[in-house]
Design a protein around this ligand. Structure first.
Ligand SMILES: C[S@@+](CC[C@H](N)C(=O)[O-])C[C@H]1O[C@@H](n2cnc3c(N)ncnc32)[C@H](O)[C@@H]1O
Length: 157
C-alpha cells in the first residue's frame, strides 16, 4: 500500500474508533480529550498480550479513561479481560483547591454502568500505594497512570 493510502486507512480507522468511543463519553465529566481516549482504546485493543488482558488504571475520576480502556477490553472479545480502576475517589490536591471535598465514586459507578461496562471494571477504592500491595503477583498487561502527582504518592519504595 502507498504511504498516502496507508495514512488514509489510519485516518479512517481513527474516525471509526472516535465514532465508537465518543457517544460513551458524552456527559462524563473530566479532562481527558477524545483524542487521548482514542489513543488509550487503540493501545489496549491492539496490545500483543495474550487474552484475557489485564489493564490497570491509576486515577479514574468519573470514568472517562476507564470507559475507553474497558471498551477496548470488550472489543478484544475475551469475557475474562478486565480493567482494575484504582482511585480513592476523594480527588487530588488540585481538585481540593478547586472544588473543596470531593467524592466521585457514585458518579463513576453510574457512568461505567451507563456505558454498559460494569462487568469488565473492577473498582479499587483506595490509593495506588495500598492497591499495589493487593496486586502483587498479578501480571499487568497495560498500566495507565493518571493519579496523584504528589511526590509521596509516586516515589519508588
Ligand atoms: C486527573 S484525575 C483522573 C482523570 C481520569 N483519568 C479521567 O479520564 O477523567 C486524577 C485522579 O487521581 C485520583 N488520585 C489521587 N490520589 C491518588 C492516589 N494516591 N492513588 C490513586 N488515585 C489517586 C484522584 O482521586 C483523581 O480522581
Amino acid at each position: 500500500m502507498s504511504v498516502r493510502g496507508d495514512r488514509l486507512r489510519r485516518h479512517r480507522e481513527r474516525d471509526r474508533i472516535t465514532g465508537r468511543i465518543e457517544p460513551l463519553l458524552t456527559g462524563v465529566e473530566g479532562w481527558l480529550y477524545i483524542e487521548e481516549a482514542v489513543e488509550l482504546y487503540e493501545t489496549v485493543r491492539s496490545h500483543p498480550a495474550a487474552d484475557p488482558v489485564l489493564v490497570v488504571e491509576i486515577g479514574s475520576w468519573k470514568g472517562r479513561s476507564t470507559i475507553a480502556l474497558a471498551q477496548a477490553v470488550r472489543d478484544r472479545g475475551h469475557p475474562l479481560g478486565r480493567v482494575v480502576a484504582i482511585d480513592p475517589h476523594t480527588g487530588s490536591r488540585e481538585h481540593h483547591e478547586r472544588f473543596g471535598a470531593v467524592d466521585t465514586f457514585d458518579e463513576f459507578l453510574r457512568n461505567i454502568d451507563r456505558a454498559g461496562l460494569t462487568d469488565l471494571v473492577e473498582p479499587m477504592r483506595t490509593t495506588s500505594l495500598d492497591a499495589s500491595g493487593q496486586l502483587v503477583g498479578s501480571s499487568v498487561d497495560v498500566l495507565f497512570i493518571d493519579g496523584s502527582h504528589e511526590y509521596e504518592d509516586v516515589r519508588y519504595r
